[in-house]
Design a protein around this ligand. Structure first.
Ligand code: CUA
Length: 345
């Protein structure tokens, strides 16, 4: 191969790299970016797209050249030359990809290091996942919620635990993703820089209700966040006030909150709660006529009696452990109250 051919092929590779990169970079691959991590990760993606375009161009140009240069002349039925190898070529095609992979790895490492650096003024949130619900505890504020509220432009560290199976934490706009593994606490940080309402999505197949396992995410100013915390504190104080819950309306509230927090609404239709999921039986249909004791049994030992059309082990069987006596009572009372008077069977 002459020097001129080399240069021409190199020029073709560079032109092709530019053309492919320009086309591929037009796509909005990851959607709206809503955190400082997202900006870094999107830049990394773009760099990888350009590097991949270059590798792809090398392959395409070499392939095109070989097809054209070594094609058989019409009527030539003879065998090709027997070639045992080409040491220089083999060293080149081992070294070049190695260098590309090492550079990409080093760059990714730098970005990961920057993303995982902890800020001293970060907010801490403990995340608990279970089939099929999320719960957020703010240890410094003493607040627990089923909605994730975080202040804008401030790092939040999520310390995460799973009660039953592996789940995965993902807010697409923040890009970062991390699994929650039973028996282990995993951590992920994000610094949201875009205010608004988003969704936390479970991104690890965790059972039949996986696709419904979402939680609202609100990114707001520090003042709005503080106001929300104060609001939550007031609610919790009124719930805790006076020990045993005496007011039936308050008890119904507690049951209604549990119905959402514990993930019941992710699987069951209950018109009183506005839930429409159909992974488990519709409670409006199966509960009327059941005694409170039967309903309690169905919560703590769901496989003891199954509704028609629903199989074993669909519903988690650990509510007897995760709910205390009082919570169980509120939930049963809420279910009885909200299905009372509906068509008895
Ligand atoms: Cu939890 Cu998928």
């Amino acid at each position: 191969m002459t020097r001129a051919t080399y240069l021409r092929m190199l020029a073709a590779m560079i032109v092709l790299t530019v053309v492919i990169s320009v086309v591929m970079l037009q796509f909005d691959w990851n959607g709206t970016a809503g955190s400082t991590e997202a900006d870094e990760i999107d830049t990394l993606t773009d760099v990888m797209i350009v590097v991949s375009s270059f590798v792809y161009s090398i392959v395409l140009v070499m392939l095109g050249y070989s097809i054209w240069r070594f094609r058989a002349k019409p009527g030539d039925e003879s065998d090709g030359d027997a070639v045992h190898g080409n040491t220089r070529l083999e060293i080149a095609w081992t070294l070049i990809p190695t260098v590309i992979v090492l550079v990409a790895a080093a760059y990714s490492w730098v970005i990961l290091d920057r993303i995982e650096a902890r800020e001293p003024d970060r907010l801490n949130v403990n995340v608990t996942a279970q089939q099929f619900a999320w719960q957020f505890e703010y240890p410094e504020q003493g607040v627990t919620s089923t909605e994730l509220h975080v202040p804008v432009d401030r790092q939040t560290e999520f310390s995460m635990q799973a009660i039953d199976v592996i789940h995965s934490f993902w807010v697409p706009e923040w890009r970062v993703k991390k699994d929650l593994v039973p028996g282990q606490t995993t951590h992920v940080t994000a610094t949201p820089n875009l205010e608004g309402s988003f969704a936390l999505v479970c991104t690890e197949l965790c059972g039949i209700g996986h696709s419904t396992m979402r939680a609202p995410v609100v990114v707001e100013s520090q003042e709005d966040f503080d106001a929300w915390v104060a609001d939550q504190e007031k609610d919790e104080a009124s719930e805790a006030g006076g020990g045993a819950v005496e007011d039936p309306a308050e008890e119904a509230d507690a049951g209604e909150a549990l119905f959402a927090e514990q993930g019941c609404s992710g699987c069951h239709t209950l018109s009183a709660a506005g839930s429409t999921a159909d992974i488990g039986p519709a409670l409006d249909e199966v509960l009327p006529g059941q005694s409170p004791a039967d309903i309690e049994t169905s919560i703590i030992d769901p496989d003891s009696e199954l509704s028609e059309g629903f199989g074993q082990a669909i519903m988690p069987d650990n509510f007897g452990d995760s709910l205390d006596e009082e919570q169980l009572q509120s939930l049963v009372d809420y279910l009885v109250a909200s299905t009372e008077g509906q068509g008895a069977k």
